[in-house]
Design a protein around this ligand. Structure first.
Ligand code: SAM
Ligand code: DTB
Ligand code: SF4
Length: 354
């Protein structure tokens, strides 16, 4: 009998070591800590990471997170819907589609002064990024687009990061947005390619990828992520993460939204998203796209602070702050300020980002 086995400690150590060795996800993720970001992930590798024992997954994501980022710094971004409702598209989750009776009143494009005032409030409350959404299928070069460019210039003058999400974009529109001062363009893939047509039929996955390419070519940063809770399988989530993490350059920003179920939309009766699903998605995104800012986006009203703390541990480094997302609710500034104090988090200052 070897020394140590007598009291069982050697056996325990052996067992632990071999279980760690068996856990190929740990090996993959350690690679992510020491090497440059990879864009040759296979679906099998991402699946192994996604399905790892949850606490191992979170622990590894936390290690990756602190290797690449300051884990206490979380960016506050504020959203504003600058053109609400009446949208021609059929995105099954969206309260702004004209096809569903959600009780939302369509409104016209906001004027630059009103948007500037809202952005200033957000800045005073600690936001460093102001994200403006329009319920459009696409941005076209017309008078409304000129108004959006003016809005962008005004918000930019506040020294905030300016993000817009206006639907599909051609190369010319992308260039003009960049010239006006847009930092980042948000255009989500929403889900995996195979499941996509269960959710949206009025534009294709390829349309979305084309827009993302135009954004990249124009020199804007890419904000692209998805939604958990649409009825997709774990395979569909892995497909989405695979598409994002094998882009020639990873998106700089990856929003992970939990479906906000809105009465009148086809997905109103979906079961609520479990925190464990959000954690797996955030942690896997963090590991496979280590440099990206992973954003804990829609759905925080349904989460308590302990659950959100786990999301930050798993690698989320941004939230939307302010009482509204685009059309639905969100925790208020004061509540988030109190959460940051409780967890010892700091609001990102823009200098840290440069
Ligand atoms: N119309 C533009 C577009 O679709 O690209 C911009 C606005 S759209 C509301 C921006 C993103 O918000 C969508 O791609 C989707 O990922 C997210 N979103 C919309 N409704 C949501 C909901 N009910 N729950 C979670 N995320 C939602
Ligand atoms: C993103 O991925 N989530 C935000 C932002 N990008 C534009 C939008 C969430 C919208 C949630 C539903 C609503 O408030 O209308
Ligand atoms: Fe329109 Fe965008 Fe909503 Fe789709 S997600 S219905 S494109 S506003």
């Amino acid at each position: 009998m070897r020394q140590g086995e007598a009291c069982g400690s050697q056996t325990l150590l052996d067992k632990r070591e071999s279980s760690l060795r068996k856990n190929s996800m740990e090996v993959e993720a350690l690679h992510a800590v020491s090497a440059q970001p990879r864009n040759n992930w296979t679906k099998e590798e991402i699946s192994t990471i996604y399905h790892a024992p949850l606490l191992e997954l979170i622990f590894t994501a936390a290690k990756v997170h602190r290797h690449w980022h300051d884990p206490l710094s979380v960016q506050q971004c504020t959203l504003l819907s600058i053109k609400t409702g009446g949208c021609s598209e059929d995105c099954a989750y969206c309260p702004q589609s004209a096809r569903y009776d959600t009780g939302l009143k369509a409104e016209k494009l906001l004027d630059p002064d009103a948007v500037y005032a809202a952005a200033m409030c957000a800045k005073n409350a600690g936001s460093t990024r102001f994200c403006m959404g329009a319920a459009w299928r696409e941005a076209r070069e017309n008078a409304q687009f000129e108004q959006v460019l003016e809005i962008v210039r005004r918000v930019k003058s506040l020294d905030m990061e300016v993000c817009v999400t206006l639907g599909m974009l051609g190369a010319d529109e992308a260039r003009r947005l960049k010239e006006a001062g847009v930092t980042a363009y948000n255009h989500n893939l929403d889900t995996g390619e195979e499941y996509y047509d269960q959710i949206i039929t009025t534009r294709t996955y390829q349309d979305r990828l084309d827009t993302i390419q135009h954004v990249r070519d124009a020199g804007m940063s890419v904000c692209c992520g998805g939604i958990v809770g649409l009825g997709e399988s774990e395979k569909d989530r892995i497909d989405l993460l695979h598409t994002l993490s094998t882009m020639s350059e990873h998106p700089e920003s990856v929003p992970v939204n939990a479906l906000v179920r809105v009465d009148g939309t086809p997905l109103a009766d979906r079961p609520p998203v479990e925190i464990w699903e959000m954690l797996r998605m955030i942690a896997t995104a963090r590991i496979v796209m280590p440099r990206a800012r992973v954003r804990l986006s829609a759905g925080r009203l349904q989460m308590n602070q302990t659950e959100q703390a786990l999301c930050f541990l798993a690698g989320a480094s941004s939230i939307f702050t302010g009482e509204k997302l685009l059309t639905t609710g969100n925790p208020g500034y004061d509540e988030d300020k109190q959460m940051f104090q409780l967890l010892g988090l700091r609001s990102l200052e823009l200098e840290e980002n440069n």
